[in-house]
Design a protein around this ligand. Structure first.
Ligand SMILES: [Zn+2]
Length: 365
């Protein structure tokens, strides 16, 4: 333990001079006005307080480029959501507290929070594309990756990361990668780009689990065939499984795809402390996953990456894990975990490799 801490500290010193660039940060206290009124829902404003604390500890004195949120426009929303859904949602959100579905609530501040969150992350993506900054982090509520084109779902109203990706495409990019490491399958994001080779979507998630989608056989369709990858991992998967999934599937695909921008649906509910799921990650694993993606975008020559908050329902785990991602953004490097996998975890990765083998070269690590 002592040795690990020592090497950690040594790497930090290298870090502070390696990346003097400011980190773009999207955040706004108005996101906190989205709450269920009872204080008992897991998707609560305290989550953002925890994430802010982690970001602050991780970034320390490093320069930040504040991206002030503004409301997303109807035209930007129409890139991934049906205008009919947006109109219905907007009308519904005008009325106090209520439910949009079994687990998706709204409050008087929800409409403004959702529209600001989506507008903020769109601006962050546009700043990344324009080269205003190379790294960004968006601390958003409500989260987004379950929201499908014409419905809210799973605590999500507007699909923030999909809106960011579509904004980058509108600016002229043709290859955007989304890596979704939230413990739940990013079904909404997958739906929006399932037929689209301009967005490479990879998701690592507990399976079977909510929302039920994300089987390895789901690899995209039509012109998007091969541009969706689902790592459907069994409950109890730990750091070594995520390490192998990254080395054998996610990173090789990204290297071959050569994305002009990487966006991360960064949920932290695969942490072993999370109350909603059953995975076994720790804070260092999140630092390692972030490190590998930061190295990848640097190796591509542009360094453009944005982390977008999704789930994560244990406040300590959320704070610690965001802190690790922030440190990685400043240059601290944590190696991907390596270790022997249980047979069912090895099989899960093999299923994904088999389905994608016709489209990508995916070596065993
Ligand atoms: Zn989640």
């Amino acid at each position: 333990m002592g040795r690990a801490l020592l090497s950690y500290a040594a790497m930090d010193e290298v870090a502070s001079s390696a990346h003097p660039d400011p980190v773009a940060v999207v955040d706004d206290l108005r996101f906190d006005a989205h709450h269920d009124g009872s204080g008992h829902h897991p998707e609560c404003p305290e989550r953002l307080a925890a994430a802010r604390e982690g970001l602050s500890l991780g970034l320390g004195q490093a320069a930040r480029h504040a991206v002030p949120p503004r409301e997303i426009t109807a035209g930007e929303l129409a890139r991934v959501h049906s205008p009919h859904y947006v109109a219905r949602l907007q009308a519904r959100l005008g009325n106090g507290y209520g439910q949009l579905g079994p687990d998706t609530y709204f409050s008087p501040g929800t409409r403004e929070a959702a529209w600001l969150a989506a507008g903020g992350v769109v601006d962050m993506a546009q700043g990344l594309v324009a080269g205003t900054y190379k790294r960004g982090v968006a601390l958003l509520r409500p989260p987004g990756h379950h929201a499908v084109p014409a419905a809210s779902m799973g605590f999500c109203l507007l699909n923030n990361v999909a809106l960011a990706a579509s904004a980058a495409l509108a600016q002229g990019l043709t290859r955007v990668a989304i890596v979704d490491w939230d413990v739940h399958h990013g079904n909404g994001t997958q739906d929006m780009f399932y037929q689209d080779a301009n967005v490479l979507f990879t998701s690592l998630h507990q399976y079977p689990f909510y929302p039920g989608t994300g089987a390895p056989s789901e690899i995209g369709c039509d012109g998007g065939t091969g541009y969706t990858a689902n790592l459907a991992l069994p409950a109890d998967s730990g750091p070594e499984t995520y390490g192998a999934a990254f080395r054998e599937v996610v990173l090789p695909m990204l290297r071959q795809y050569q994305p002009e921008l990487v966006l991360v649906s960064a949920g932290f509910d695969a942490h072993q402390r999370d109350p909603l799921a059953s995975m076994n990650l720790d804070r260092q694993t999140y630092g390692a996953l972030a490190s590998s993606l930061l190295d990848l975008v640097d190796s591509l020559g542009h360094g453009r990456i944005g982390f977008v908050l999704e789930g994560g329902y244990d406040l300590y785990a959320l704070s610690d894990s965001v802190q690790e991602v922030a440190r990685a953004m400043l240059g601290t490097r944590t190696e991907l975990p390596f270790g022997r996998l249980h047979s069912r975890e090895r099989q899960a990765i093999e299923h994904t490799r088999q389905h994608l083998a016709p489209h990508w070269e995916l070596p065993l690590s």
